[in-house]
Design a binder for this molecule. Structure first.
Ligand SMILES: [Fe+2]
Ligand SMILES: [Fe+2]
Length: 451
């Protein structure tokens, strides 16, 4: 009967008579034709070499074991046999490959510690079925084993650990096994044991890598949650601009995304936005909450917050290097009229330019103690007017593109709608204004948005 298998089929392979492995088929024919012991030896060495090559090939573990059993049976002209892998924690031998052992043979066999102990004590030598009767597991499966025509069990012991068991039936010729045959069986079983051991090591490595990945993800989530909690703490100091840092974090994230930044860079940009005003934690609450335009002295005190923010963030080891720079320079302007250092265009870190725009955009679109939020068209006009003075054109382009894509329904998410409200997003003429502005501020803009 011919059974076909998919590449990763975990079922044991019941090897059929017409093998697909050409080299072994030739060897098998050769074995039957020759009685010269030297030729047999050459043949067996050839099979061992093939087995070595199979084990070195890490592509498919199940294929390796199937081929290995095929080579073992084929090289000595054995009618039936198979290999099982020992799952230590499940106390189970699960069949990986079988040939001629019958459909009834169980695919997994439970073993106990006593079986394992006795197998380890025996080492990698064939155990005759009659001698195996003392093993607890044999007593459970004696009928299946005897019905299958198995004559020997070979425990696969590698570094004193049980890796599995090879089952070997009678020879096709009906001859008894010679001492030399037994040596060949042991050598080939050792190869199969090594293959299983390698596979176990690999599985353990994969498990560890998976564990590390999960740990890393958890740490990342914790970091993000901490940053957000921090942003909320900064915002709680300012009763008029509730949620400002959180919104700036979100706008910064959207702009970075629109500029085509990689996922981790976008994450870093969001963190920079969330923490940009961390320096305000040291500014007197009465200045932050002043319900009037603050005087020069108060303004000086407030304007220290970028430098203070940098001092707070700089010693912390962030996964994203730009976070302290964004805090320090988020009030700089391209025309050099910003603070604290009055930097010009190229001197300002790019992330600080993004946060600057996100910060200003939020200030324009939310109510302040001395100023009402401004209508959408005014905001767009204002930002456009300040391109090249305060804002970099490509960054304004990123923000406009994000709003426009949402306004025309090109994106399913409603990020701006949630942050700005329906009224802002449905302002009459907003879409055409954004398209026109994009033509002016960003020559790189996709043509599809311009239609
Ligand atoms: Fe600020
Ligand atoms: Fe701010």
């Amino acid at each position: 009967m011919c059974v076909s298998f998919m590449a990763n089929d975990p079922r044991p392979y019941r090897i059929n008579g017409s093998t697909t492995l050409k080299v072994t088929e030739e060897r098998q024919q050769f074995l039957h034709q020759t009685t010269d012991p030297r030729n047999k030896l050459v043949h067996v060495f050839g099979a061992l070499a093939d087995l070595g090559a199979e084990i070195a090939n890490k592509n498919n573990f199940h294929d390796t074991i199937r081929t290995s059993i095929h080579l073992l049976l084929g090289s000595l002209g054995i009618m039936r046999g198979g290999a099982a892998r020992y799952a230590k924690y499940e106390n189970e031998l699960s069949m990986l490959a079988m040939r001629g052992m019958g459909e009834e043979f169980p695919l997994s066999l439970g073993v106990c510690h006593e079986d394992e102990r006795q197998f380890r004590q025996n080492g990698i030598y064939p155990i005759e079925v009659a001698a195996a009767k003392v093993l607890p597991f044999y007593q459970v499966y004696c009928q299946s084993i005897e019905r299958s025509g198995i004559q020997y069990l070979v425990p696969l012991i590698i570094h004193e650990e049980l890796m599995g068991v090879v089952f070997v039936g009678e020879k096709a010729s009906g001859e008894a096994y010679s001492g030399h045959d037994m040596e060949v069986i042991c050598a080939m079983a050792r190869h199969i044991g090594v293959a299983i051991s390698q596979r176990n090591l690999l599985a353990e490595l994969e498990r560890k890598a998976d564990e590390n990945r999960k740990l890393y993800d958890e740490m990342r989530t914790t970091y993000k949650d901490t940053v957000r909690a921090f942003a909320a703490a900064i915002d709680s100091k300012d009763k008029y601009t509730e949620g400002h840092s959180v919104r700036v974090g979100k706008y910064t994230e959207i702009i970075a995304c629109e500029l085509g930044w990689a996922e981790d860079e976008v994450e870093g940009a969001a963190v920079s936005g969330y923490l940009h005003d961390v320096g305000k934690l040291t500014v007197d609450r009465s200045i932050i909450n002043a319900p009037y335009r603050i005087n020069a002295k108060e303004s000086n005190e407030l304007n220290r917050h970028p430098s203070v923010g940098y001092e707070i963030l700089q010693p912390i080891h962030h996964p994203y290097a730009d976070v302290p720079l964004a805090a320090k320079y988020h009030h700089e302007r391209m025309d050099g009229r910003g603070y604290p250092d009055g930097l010009y265009d190229r001197e300002i870190p790019f992330i600080a330019k993004i946060v600057n725009l996100a910060d200003s955009f939020d200030a324009m679109t939310t109510d302040r103690p001395y100023k009402r939020r401004r209508p959408a068209n005014e905001v767009v006009e204002d930002l456009q007017r300040n391109v090249g003075k305060q804002f970099a054109p490509e960054i304004v382009g990123g923000l406009f593109r994000g709003i426009l894509r949402e306004a025309v329904g090109e994106t399913a998410d409603k990020r701006f709608r949630k942050l700005l409200g329906r009224e802002f997003m449905e302002t009459e003429g907003l879409v055409s204004m954004l398209k026109a502005s994009l033509n002016n501020v960003d020559t790189e803009t996709s043509i599809t948005l311009m239609s």
